[in-house]
Design a protein around this ligand. Structure first.
Ligand code: SDX
Length: 392
């Protein structure tokens, strides 16, 4: 059942759980959310629809979706005390450090949605987290640039509200660009959930002890921040900018293949996908659409396309089945929209909160659920007697 870990007598534990949210076939490059292919969801649905699907097993009717969106909108504001919390950070603090702190601090505020035995309270905690992540992320950005926080405007869509809180200022009206809104909403869909990745497993493991749901999500944010995981989108764009021009690509390909060089191609490879990450396909397509529609270009995109083309013809990458992943192109488009690279992983966390809370709910609602307890293969010394310090 969800959350159950299976052990075999040899103590080679296989941490496993059962989950009905997301199915990945890494060899075929297939990603389904409750049976729906990610490509269809990205093209035809909205992030709020996908959030409803992951939380409630089925796509919503129009009324169900309207009610869900209204419910989420009731929680978009942040307690004023928490706005003060930001002032404890340095202005140059990484947004992920701020997100970790502020989301963890939510656990000090809401006592009416932490009785995790109560399904209603669990759903209220989930709605609060989904609703507040855009406000928290936007405030982290505003704080870092010394601009005033903007309160949510619930007359806007979930994603439009986030764009306004991030890029709007009190002195000017902010008009949401529909092309950018749709592209960002699609990017949120691509990041919503991804089976038992490192940060989701962190949330499940933390949640399996019955810990406060807000603290569990803060743990997931911490894990996602790593450059091997969600931090790769920021690292990938920094790498593409460092490469600069296509002429320098061979030098970086050589470094990625050199076992004595710790450098890896950021945005390439995956623990599960040994084929093209279907999200990267949609992401690349979205870059083209946004660039065309906004009539913008960025040489970094050309460098990324060229790097992919060269890598996918290189024996090393072909043999090791290293393909672009979701993080390879995302930074190109987030940068074109106007986000600083330090905000890229915060956006990943914003979107992945939907998957984290849905996976947490699935686990906690399972009556058979037990506390997670991964085992180890012991490789230390055999038993021995203590030696007093004056004889060592
Ligand atoms: C995400 O789990 C998820 O689902 C995560 C995620 C999600 O939605 O939650 O999909 C999001 O985290 C995507 C991954 C983002 N990270 C990066 O892009 C960072 C760069 N990629 C790598 O660090 C790496 O590919 C990992 C961390 C993603 C996977 O690392 P593994 O487990 O070592 O990969 P592997 O076992 O398949 O590697 C096989 C070989 C190894 O060499 P050998 O030991 O066989 O000699 O390929 C090498 C690796 O060293 N390799 C790379 C490489 N990735 C793997 N070599 C050069 N460049 C790379 N990017």
């Amino acid at each position: 059942q969800s959350g159950m870990f299976t052990y075999d007598p040899g103590f080679t534990s296989t941490a496993s759980c059962e989950s009905g949210l997301t199915y990945i076939d890494g060899d075929q490059g297939v990603l389904l959310h409750r049976g729906y292919p990610i490509g269809q969801l990205a093209e035809q649905s909205s992030f709020m629809e996908v959030a409803y699907l992951l939380l409630n097993h089925e796509l919503p009717s129009k009324d169900e979706l309207d009610t869900f969106i209204y419910t989420i909108s009731r929680h978009t504001m942040l307690h004023e005390q928490l706005a003060q919390f930001y002032r404890g950070f340095r202005r140059d603090a990484h947004p992920m450090a701020v997100m970790c702190g502020v989301v963890g601090a939510l656990s000090a505020f809401y006592h009416d949605s932490t009785d995790i035995a109560d399904p209603h309270q669990r759903m209220v905690a989930s709605h609060r987290l989904i609703a507040k992540m855009p406000t928290i992320a936007a405030m982290a950005h505003k704080y870092s640039i010394g601009q005033p926080f903007l309160y949510p405007d619930n007359s806007l869509s979930y994603t439009g509200n986030f764009l306004r809180m991030t890029f709007g200022v009190p002195a000017e009206p902010y008009v949401v660009n529909p092309v950018v809104e749709k592209a960002l909403d699609r990017i949120f869909i691509l990041h919503a959930d991804h089976e038992q990745n490192a940060s989701t497993s962190t949330v499940r493991l933390a949640g399996s002890s019955g810990a406060n749901p807000f603290a569990c999500i803060a743990a997931g944010i911490a894990c996602l921040w790593g450059p091997a995981h969600g931090g790769a989108n920021e690292a990938a764009l920094n790498m593409l900018r460092e490469i600069g021009t296509p002429e320098k690509i061979p030098e970086y390909i050589a470094r990625a293949k050199d076992k004595n060089d710790p450098f890896r191609l950021m945005g390439f490879g995956h623990r599960v996908y040994k084929n093209y990450d279907p999200r990267a396909t949609v992401m690349q397509q979205t870059v083209r659409e946004v660039f065309e529609s906004l009539n913008v270009s960025d040489p970094v995109f050309e460098t990324a396309l060229r790097l992919e083309e060269i890598a996918l013809k290189d024996d090393y990458f072909v043999e090791k089945k290293l393909f672009p992943n979701v993080d390879f192109y995302s930074g190109v488009i987030l940068s074109a929209i106007g986000f600083p690279t330090t905000m890229f992983t915060a956006l990943f966390a914003l979107a992945r909160t939907v998957g984290w809370v849905a996976q947490w709910n699935e686990m906690i609602s399972d009556p058979e659920q037990k506390i997670g307890r991964p085992r180890q293969l012991y490789t230390g010394p055999t038993q021995r007697d203590y030696v007093p310090v004056d004889r060592r």
